[in-house]
Design a protein around this ligand. Structure first.
Ligand code: NAD
Length: 359
């Protein structure tokens, strides 16, 4: 075993069915008396219901959370928070809404209770992505971590099946990269393997029946584990490619992750045999071919496969390869522009991953 450093997570986690009922008690625990509830426009009604549930502890809701946390939206929310003398936020939604709560923690010193309703996994991490003038930057700061995370399986029942699939694969990507991260550790590897196992069972089940409470529960449990992995171990080629593509062409976050996942796995497989064996085991394969297991999973559940279907221009293949190599994240296998271009070209056109094409 190699040497390692392990830092425990600092958020309180409440997981189950019907756990939303714990929200008033959790607000009391934090001493919050003037809460601003955060949502996207699509989840406004859920926000209004939380204001009622908080029974006098909420001063209202702010329903403009947007993908990639645009700075102008954050500034608008800060003005509302300051006018209403807010002392905490409750974010109900996916990574976009929790991202806004994180921005308010950082810029307005407001503690957050996060109630995730997708599998994206922002809630456990110290990362905050923000966009301004078409540019996205990501920072790492422990102050942005939510104080409490309430996972209520019931709230995920309304997540459309295709969104569930891409969001779940977004989570799997966090675990995959944690398994081969330079700063990984044995505890996080256990969580990563278990997270992939749970999602590997849940996503096909949800594809078949998106109202399955067992499938929903497994998926959210897996998402929590994968989110914890992202918080504890570094990101590599997969996340670099997704950040570059999302930032340059504003492609949808979860869809981009699910398209890139099998390609990044195939690219890194030869340099990460232990990680691939764990992924294969988690996904029930008898051999150690984790990259093949991920390719089978993504295609069998009908995950999107072509970046061009989401508006990435063909010229982006060259551009993203350049950006990836110019300012790389650490990666277990060395990267070069020609190989990365070949990888992106396959992901752009929807061709299956092929490790031999990247050499
Ligand atoms: P999202 O938060 O943008 O949600 C997508 C849409 O689904 C929204 O309209 C939302 O209101 C809706 N929705 C969410 N839950 C729903 C439910 N249960 N039922 C019906 N509709 C629901 O999407 P996302 O993929 O969760 O998050 C993407 C964002 O999160 C990106 O900005 C990404 O950068 C960020 N993110 C950050 C981290 C981090 O660690 N900082 C990690 C993952 C993602």
């Amino acid at each position: 075993m190699k040497d390692f450093i392990y830092t425990g997570t600092q958020s309180r986690v409440i997981f189950g069915s019907g756990t939303l009922a714990e929200l008033p008690a959790e607000a009391e625990r934090l001493g919050a008396r003037r809460i601003l509830v955060l949502t996207t426009p699509q989840q406004r009604e859920q926000g209004d219901a939380l204001v009622e549930l908080l029974d006098g502890r909420a001063v209202g809701s702010f329903d403009q959370a947007t993908m990639h946390t645009p700075v102008e939206i954050t500034n608008r929310a800060i003005s509302v928070a300051s006018e209403r003398d807010v002392d905490a936020t409750v974010a109900i939604g996916g990574g976009s809404t929790i991202g806004l709560g994180k921005a308010l923690s950082l810029h307005a010193n407001l503690p957050q209770i996060a109630i995730p309703t997708t599998y994206a996994g922002s809630e456990m991490t110290p990362y905050l992505g923000q966009s301004e003038g078409g540019r996205k930057t990501t920072l790492r700061d422990d102050r942005v971590r939510p104080k409490t995370v309430i996972y209520d399986v019931d709230l995920t029942l309304s997540l459309p099946v295709q969104m569930s699939i891409v969001s779940g694969l977004n989570a799997v990507a966090h675990a995959m990269e944690a398994l081969y991260a330079r700063d990984g550790n044995p505890v996080i590897s256990l969580m990563a393997e278990e997270g992939i196992r749970a999602l590997g069972q849940a996503l096909p089940a949800l594809k078949h029946d998106s109202s399955s409470l067992e499938g929903r529960s497994d998926a959210l449990y897996g998402a929590w584990l994968c989110s914890t992995c992202l918080s504890a171990a570094g990101m590599s080629l997969h996340h670099k490619l997704c950040h570059a593509i999302g930032g340059a062409y504003n492609l949808p976050h979860a869809e981009t992750h699910s398209i890139i996942l099998p390609h990044a796995a195939a690219y890194n497989a030869s340099a990460t045999p232990d990680a691939m064996a764990r992924i294969a085991r988690a996904l029930g394969r008898t051999d150690a071919d984790g990259a093949a297991a991920l390719a089978t999973l993504t295609s069998s559940i009908g995950a999107p496969s072509a970046l061009r279907d989401f508006g990435m221009p063909e010229a982006g293949i060259r551009e993203i390869a350049r950006l990836t190599v110019e300012n790389p994240y650490w990666n277990p296998r060395p990267i070069d522009e020609v190989s990365i271009r070949a990888l992106i070209a396959r992901a752009w056109s929807g061709n299956p991953p092929d490790a031999t094409a990247y050499t």
